[in-house]
Write a protein that binds this ligand. Structure first.
Ligand SMILES: Nc1nc2c(c(=O)[nH]1)N[C@H]1C(S)=C(S)[C@@H](COP(=O)(O)OP(=O)(O)OC[C@H]3O[C@@H](n4cnc5c(=O)[nH]c(N)nc54)[C@H](O)[C@@H]3O)O[C@H]1N2
Ligand SMILES: Nc1nc2c(c(=O)[nH]1)N[C@H]1C(S)=C(S)[C@@H](COP(=O)(O)OP(=O)(O)OC[C@H]3O[C@@H](n4cnc5c(=O)[nH]c(N)nc54)[C@H](O)[C@@H]3O)O[C@H]1N2
Ligand code: SF4
Ligand SMILES: [Mo]
Length: 749
């Protein structure tokens, strides 16, 4: 019996916990938090243990699959690539580049190879039809940050270890473990904050798990954060509480903001958002007069029709209370590699633009080079030039994760070609002509390209594969092969040679005369590892290819299996900015122009009943319900209903009810919860595993119902294109149990 110990960053959520994994005779025998990890200090959640289940899941695909006569059958890699090579370039030639759409999902941000090579595939396809889970999630925040600070990834993060007041809006890190904020053990950090006399205040339509450990919680009407936030900003101006602190000298647009929010008095918004005017003033007061304070807001504030405005106002509050870039406030990470806000000239840049092209059918603007995921179905359905006829999906399951997935499901059946790079035959990939199986995370190496840019402390950590890879292409090789096929290269093209050639070309473009030194320095590396070595060495802590001998290289990071701590967040103004003005642009024209839309809505009537989502620590979006460790325990796909709504609608705890949205109804189990705001019900997303043609044996035993079947795919934030997933009107009716039904029929006689 040979045992070995391995270190692996958990790829399952944004917390990126360092794990210590013990392997015996080729099998994982234990998964623990790595106590020596300087970033996560041994923290882990129950999902980490499920990495073993994931690796061993008999339903996880091991070979490519081709659909023949409606059935998916195993084929060789050669056969799969040949099939694609015979169809993809021909289709592009006949119908043009926009006829091929590309959709990428959440796990790609946790997979080093997918994240670094996806852009190469997108470039090779040259299509405008690029879609991702970002438009079901965080685009509004990225857009507001990019407009204010100049880059999509310049997102200010709470400096939680020094903060004394943390206002959490529309986020539930106790269940989600944090998002756009990589912070393992959020709960432990809250406890520490409270122990030093600080306070956490949560604003959420549900008294969430995070609210339960906070010092105060306020309900808010779903979708109305923009009103609360605008009124808080208005209060700062009206009471003379504005103070720029460290940002002074680097902010422009303060007067324009004052003007834009002038009408949003606390009294004028209180009824609309369900937060009392005094509470709004109190929150502003606390924020303005606590030296170390931060506002953190997440998905609840993004997945609404005013998502970009709300995301913007969060940072306007941080700036106007002097907390931006200040220790204990919100600060910018300085990632060791790949961060655009560490590259090029410091303190000034080109900023960002949106709407460089538009969706063909809805005319929704491109944002970050992408169109809204909720436009994909209509782009497939609607005839005309540039109609989408082929789709490549990479790690995404929009049939469950996007609103009105049933429509998308029908549309996918119309495609001439669909290729999926995925782990499972699931609700989306069942439509694919070819599925190319992703490698298990335990057989893959990892560096967190995205999350090191959002980390509560600066850090560099690299994970080598825990288990030996099997004989199949790595995900980056799959993407590069698809890129080659799209360019008409033969299906047996040598992707490693192609990678070398592309790297040499890119090095020449970027480094000119010095490119041979870069090639020399990275000899022996290839694929994402080589890109990482270059990014680390050229990055802010790097060895500059030998010019700073003590700086980081890939080898140095690999030599520290638990990772390298690069210290707490540091002030970065003005160097972090990449705006054309070299200032924080507090009042971007695009955002100011949207304020009147919100104001016109301030007196809108409140619907009787709306639905919001929910996350559970043992679940993860739509794809981990097939893992035994996580699937056991109570039913998680239940509808939380406040007792007042229970009485009003004649519901019973544990009973069934029919929940109806714009396009569909589902039968849900009711769970009465005083933690809900009256008039608001909560159902988790990612469920509904009862569709035919999948291979998810365990998940289909307790399928749950699909929240997104009820949501409206036409309801978006017009600025960012983000889907509205929260605060959507629904109808709810009790379904009498068999006993009640029998009783009723007896009484009727
Ligand atoms: N109503 C509602 N809907 C929501 C949300 C909500 O809060 N409410 N949340 C939204 C959010 S924030 C997000 S990010 C999206 C997520 O939506 P998606 O991006 O579609 O992600 P998942 O649903 O997690 O599906 C992940 C897919 O990737 C596959 N996969 C898993 N691991 C790997 C891998 O290593 N490699 C490859 N190639 N494939 C892999 C899985 O089998 C699955 O098909 O859902 C959104 N949908
Ligand atoms: N266990 C687990 N962890 C996950 C995921 C998962 O599915 N399961 N998904 C991962 C992904 S992809 C993401 S993006 C992150 C998301 O991470 P979070 O942003 O923390 O997401 P949630 O846990 O859904 O918390 C959102 C909160 O917003 C509240 N809310 C809903 N509507 C509104 C509103 O209109 N206003 C306000 N103020 N609040 C509102 C909800 O009640 C909920 O408590 O989680 C990640 N981590
Ligand atoms: S919180 Fe859980 S799922 Fe997220 S990275 Fe840590 S161990 Fe993995
Ligand atoms: Mo997400």
């Amino acid at each position: 019996m040979t045992q070995s110990s391995h270190y692996r960053i958990c790829p399952l959520c944004e917390a990126c916990c360092g794990l210590q994994i013990t392997v015996q005779d080729g099998a994982v025998i234990s998964v623990r938090g790595d106590a020596n990890d300087p970033f996560s200090h041994g923290y882990l959640c129950p999902k980490a243990v499920a990495l073993k289940d994931l690796h061993e899941d008999p339903d996880r695909l091991r070979t490519p699959m081709i659909k023949r006569d409606g059935q998916h059958v195993s084929v060789s890699w050669d056969e799969a690539f040949t099939f694609i090579g015979q169809r993809l370039p021909a289709l592009m030639q006949q119908h043009g580049r926009d006829a091929v759409a590309l959709a990428v999902g959440n796990p790609a941000s946790h997979k080093f190879g997918l994240f670094t090579y996806f852009p190469k595939l997108a470039r090779a396809l040259g299509t405008h039809n690029v879609y991702s889970a970002s438009s079901l999630d965080q685009v509004p925040k990225q857009l507001s940050c990019a407009l204010m600070f100049g880059h999509w990834m310049s997102v200010p993060l709470p400096d939680i270890s020094r903060c004394d007041l943390l206002l959490v809006i529309g986020a539930n890190p106790l269940a989600s473990n944090g998002s756009l904020f990589t912070v393992p053990d959020f709960k432990g950090k809250v406890r520490a904050l409270q122990a030093r006399g600080g306070r956490v205040v949560v604003i959420d339509p549900r008294r969430s798990e995070t609210a339960a450990v906070a010092d105060a919680h306020h309900f808010i009407r779903p979708g109305s954060d923009v009103f609360l936030l605008a009124a808080m900003v208005q209060t700062l101006f009206a009471r003379g509480w504005v103070k720029l602190g460290r940002a002074a000298g680097w902010v422009q647009g303060v007067d324009e903001v004052a003007q834009a929010v002038a009408a949003f008095t606390p009294q004028s918004v209180a009824a609309r958002c369900g937060v009392a005017a005094e509470t709004i003033v109190e929150l502003s007061n606390a924020l303005a007069h606590t030296e170390r304070a931060a506002v953190y807001a997440r998905i609840g504030t993004c997945t609404q029709t005013y998502g970009t405005l709300a995301s913007w106002l969060v940072d306007v509050l941080n700036v106007l209370t002097g907390h931006l870039d200040a220790p204990g406030g919100v600060m910018f990470a300085k990632a060791p590699a790949f961060a655009s806000n560490t590259q090029g000239a410091a303190g000034v840049g080109r900023g960002v633009a949106t709407g460089r092209h538009h969706a063909r059918v809805s005319h929704a603007p491109e944002v970050m080079g992408e169109l809204p995921m909720t436009c994909l179905a209509e782009e497939i359905e609607t005839p005309g030039a540039d109609q989408v006829r082929a789709l490549i999906t990479v790690a995404t399951n929009p049939v469950l994760s996007a609103p009105n997935g049933q429509r998308l499901s029908r549309a996918l059946e119309q495609l001439d070609l669909m290729v999926s790079v995925d782990m499972y035959l699931n609700e989306t990939t069942r439509h694919a002509d070819v599925i190319l199986p992703a490698v298990s995370p335990l057989q893959d190496d990892q560096y967190d390209v995205v999350f090191s840019q959002l980390s509560w402390r600066n850090q560099a950590r690299y994970s080598s594969a825990v288990l030996p890879p099997d004989a199949r292409p790595a995900e980056w090789q799959i993407l590069l092969k698809l890129a080659a096929l799209a360019q008409g290269l033969p299906s047996d093209v040598d992707v490693n040679a192609l990678d070398d050639a592309q790297f040499a070309q890119e090095a020449q473009r970027q480094w000119g005369d010095q490119s041979s030194a870069v090639l020399q320095a990275t000899q022996g590396l290839r694929g994402p590892q080589r890109l990482l070595d270059v990014a680390l060495r050229a990055g802010p802590y790097g060895d500059s290819f030998g010019m700073r001998p003590n700086g980081l290289t890939l080898q140095r990071v690999m030599d520290a299996p638990s990772g390298i701590d690069l210290g707490e967040l540091q002030p970065r103004l003005p160097e972090v900015l990449r705006t054309p003005s070299g200032h924080i642009e507090l009042a971007p024209a695009l955002l100011l122009a949207d304020v009147p839309r919100a104001w016109a809505d301030v007196t809108a009537p409140v619907p009787d009943l709306v639905v919001i989502g929910r996350r559970d620590v043992r679940s993860n979006n739509s794809w981990m319900h097939n893992l035994p460790t996580l699937a056991k325990g109570p039913q998680r796909c239940t509808l939380l209903v406040h007792p007042q709504d229970e009485a009003r609608l004649g519901l019973t705890d544990g009973g069934m009810a029919q929940l109806s949205g714009a396009y569909a109804s589902v039968e849900v189990q009711v769970q009465i919860s005083p933690d809900m705001m009256p008039g608001v019900v909560s159902l988790p997303h990612g469920w509904g595993h009862d569709l035919p043609g999948t291979r998810l044996a365990l998940a289909s035993q307790r399928p749950g119902v699909n929240l997104n079947a009820l949501l409206d795919d036409q309801w978006r934030d017009p600025l960012s294109g983000n889907a509205v997933l929260s605060g959507v009107p629904v109808r709810l009716e009790a379904i009498p149990s068999a006993v009640e039904a029998a009783h009723a029929s007896l009484c009727a006689r």
